[in-house]
Structures are given as structure tokens and as C-alpha cells.
Design a protein around this ligand. Sequence first.
Ligand code: ZN
Ligand code: ZN
Length: 361
Amino acid sequence: MFLFFSYFNLFFLGVAIFLCHPCFPARIVPESVTVITSESQKTQTHNATWHDFSKFLYAERGSHVSGMSELKKYFHRFGYLALPETTPNFTDTFDSQFETAVFRYQKRLGLPVTGKLDSDTISAIMAPRCGVSDAATHGIHAARHYAYFNGKPRWTRGTPMTLTYAFSPYNMIDRVSVPEIRAVFERAFSRWASVIPVSFRETPEYDKADITIGFYLGDHGDGEPFDGVLGVLAHAFSPQNGRFHLDAAEMWSVDFEREDSRVAVDLESVATHEIGHVLGLGHSSVKEAVMYPSLSPRRKKVDLKIDDVAGVQSLYGSNPNFTFSSLLQSQNSLNAAIGLEARFFRWTTLSLALVVLFLCV
Ligand SMILES: [Zn+2]
Ligand SMILES: [Zn+2]
């Protein structure tokens, strides 16, 4: 009998320990970060630029891994690491400067700040992303996470402001039809227009448009060459430049039900993100925000979040028809649902632990 109870209690204790694990603050897996699996690594082989970075998993200060200089170039490219002063090239050693860069990167992307190349960090590095440097931004607001370009540039065209946009007649793609591309951009522009007193109008006069949109392959003359499938998806210039470039090599999609490629990228999500840059926003460290720098394949992220809205309104003011309450309402109900679920789980595990304690006595 005693033996039976011991085994019985041991079983429940095991179950309780297993179930109690989520009582500790759960780390939310970033939605927009590619999780490393053999499947996604197969996917990543399409991207000649970054697919090899998984070999640096678990590297930390003092590690020496062949090819780490390439990873340092990535950190340099996106604004986290200065060029070496004493040597002509980056070395393959995980030194203290690189550790500082990893800390900054993790903080900037809202990752656990460990200073090591853990799986969250490597996944974030390998995720397809926007080509705009994270260092081109500054002045992260204390309470928010949005950012601007240096000097906080914005469009100045009077009030109410209307900005025109046009598609390059020579730099389009045939994967998606022109009417579909126009509809995608109309929706993307209207999302931003609904929160600020700025409207957008398409014009056929490409040379006179404020915002010029085109799809380009590889080196296209602005010093920021595209890199083929995945890697860098697009980039846009700060106000009042208006250039908006998309990588023509991507498997651009407007409907994932019609597109079965595992490396398909949602055109509307990228369009919405890049318009944020065109308007003067930098990258946000809020993973759910449209202005977060990376976007996984086959993921749609088109709805502006509070962080995006607060950022763009601090540049242009609010659209008189916009209310924060509707945005807050939708996000609060989501948070409330998550909170309720967590509370229920904590109570369930607590009750089970009490049952185990009772049985143990
Ligand atoms: Zn961006
Ligand atoms: Zn470009």
C-alpha cells in the first residue's frame, strides 16, 4: 500500500513539475522570426547570403568559428558593428566588440539579451528582413519602441497633405498582375492615411511622383544591391526622397491560397512596412509592429499596431477621423484573452500542486 502510494505520488509529482514549468514567465516565441528546422534550412538554401549562419549556433565570447567574419559583416551592414580599426578585415573570433554588437542586436530586436548566438538570435539573423539599416534610426521613445531616421525627416507639403505615388514603367514583375499590385498598394497606403492627415494618390506621371515604386534585381545603382530569394526583401529611402525598391527575385504573393511556394512573401505586408520608412519611421523593436525589421515567408502582417500609429502620428499628427480606442479595443481584447488563458493555466497547475502536496502528506 505504502509502495503504491509512493509510486502514485511520484507520478503526480512528476506531472505537477512538468505542468508547473509554464508558471514561470513564459518567453514568447517571436512570430516574425524563422525557427530553425531542417525544413526551413532547406528553404534557406535559396538564400545564398545568410543560409550558412546556423553553424554559429551557441557561439559565445572566445569562440572561433571559421566564417564568422561573414556574420560580422551582417552585423556591420545592419548597423551594429563598426569596421575593425587595426586589421583590414573582420576576424573569425567572437571578441568583445562582437559581443557588444550581439547585445545591441538582441535588445533592438526584442530578443532575450544573452550576448550569445543562441537559437532565438540565430533564427532572427536568418529571417528575411528589410534592407534598411537598424542604425539609420535613432531616438527610441522611452515608453514606445518606434524610431525615426537621423534628423527626424518628414514630408512637408502643407496641410492637408497629399503625396503622389507611381510605379516604374520599366521595373515591374509578372508573378503578380499590375491590377493586383495596384490594389495591394492602394490598401497599404490607405492604412497609413487612416491614422495621419496625409492622403496618397496614384499618378501615371512617374517622373513627377513623390513616391516612386519599382522591382529591381541585384545591383540596381543605389549602393544597396538585392540578394535573390529571401535575405533582403525590400528597402525604401527616408523623406523626402520617396524611392521605394522591392527585390524582384522574391516569390511575391498576394494570396497564399493560390501560391504554394514555401518562400512566398506577402507583398502587402512588405508594402505597408516600406511605406512606414517612406514616411520617416525607422525600425521598431516591437515584434508585432509593422515596423519590426523582419518578416517570415508566408506570413501576413498588415495591420498597424499602437507602436506604428504612435510613431507616425508623432511625425504628422493624427487624422481627425482616427480614434485610438478602436485600435486599443482590438488589441486589449487580444491581450485579455491571452491573460485569461495564462491565469487559468496557473490556477490549474496550482490546484494540481496542492493535490500532490496533500497526497504527499
Ligand atoms: Zn524596414
Ligand atoms: Zn534600391
